[in-house]
Unconditional design. Structure first.
Length: 277
């Protein structure tokens, strides 16, 4: 009996921690449930975004063909020179910071996985899978597109190179990656939630800033031409549009999160029914 008492004393703090964690998870789940938009609004917003993103495909194709034929475009050089005209220390540091996640894979990948894990714990499980899946697909397709277009990166005899990157230039991998991850978070925040909590706005503002700023940072640092950045936005937007289309299709079929038919209800996963034997 005396030997069991220390074991029980050690188990009590562990149980308290488990109970606290469970309580935090349940509160987060309830917060998300209360914030969910009704399905008919989710579906309409998602389809509008999908149409906008899919229109970008034609523009991307035209741009990709053009830069393959004309790797060096005078307007690209002019734009980069304009971006690099102001080289204040704070601006340089800020541009490096914006691009940091795309360079630090050991930070970026855990961030994506952690974000997906949070979505999973608040019962947004289909969304969690899309967060991981779209980032993987974007990375693979970016590598393939770079090989197909085979455009060289900016060189020091044309513009200043503050960061030396390797590989081909078109389209920008940073931009595609940010659009796939942060753009998807922005899209989920826009179509899934009402704007009545502080974190609703954070889910819109923070991802939007990363998506908007990553393009200029790549041009300023001399890693990419402006047309590379535009191509990254266009193709990243295309992938995002296709992902949203597939996401809404799976939602309607009740994959992972059953669709609630009544307009005033939310898309939530029902609580498990406990049965007694």
């Amino acid at each position: 009996m005396k030997q069991q008492e220390p074991i029980k004393k050690m188990e009590e703090p562990v149980k308290k921690v488990e109970a606290n964690v469970q309580n935090v998870v349940e509160q987060a789940q309830q917060e998300v449930v209360q914030s969910r938009e009704p399905w008919y609004r989710v579906s309409r917003r998602g389809r509008i975004l999908s149409i906008v993103y899919l229109v970008e495909f034609v523009l991307f194709t035209l741009l990709a063909v053009f830069v393959r034929i004309h790797p060096i475009i005078p307007v690209d050089i002019l734009i980069t020179q304009e971006f690099q005209e102001s080289q204040m220390p704070w601006l340089h540091t800020f541009m490096v910071w914006v691009s940091y996640l795309g360079n630090a894979i050991y930070v970026y990948v855990p961030l994506i996985l952690l974000t997906a894990l949070v979505f999973w714990f608040v019962r947004l499980r289909l969304e969690a899978l899309f967060i991981v899946g779209l980032s993987i697909i974007s990375s693979l397709l970016n590598g393939l597109l770079k090989l197909i277009v085979n455009r060289p990166r900016p060189t020091a005899n044309l513009v200043e190179i503050f960061q030396h990157a390797t590989g081909q230039s078109f389209p920008s991998g940073h931009v595609m990656s940010y659009v796939s991850f942060f753009g998807l978070l922005f899209s989920f925040g826009l179509i899934l939630f009402r704007r009545n909590r502080w974190w609703h706005y954070a889910l819109l503002v923070i991802p939007a800033l990363f998506v908007v700023l990553v393009g200029p940072s790549r041009i300023y640092l001399g890693d990419h031409w402006a047309s590379d950045v535009i191509g990254g936005y266009l193709f990243g937007g295309l992938l995002l549009g296709l992902a949203l289309w597939l996401y809404l299709l799976l939602k309607e079929r009740g994959i992972l999160t059953p669709r609630i038919q009544k307009p005033g209800e939310h898309l939530v996963e029902p609580h498990p029914v406990h049965t007694t034997h």
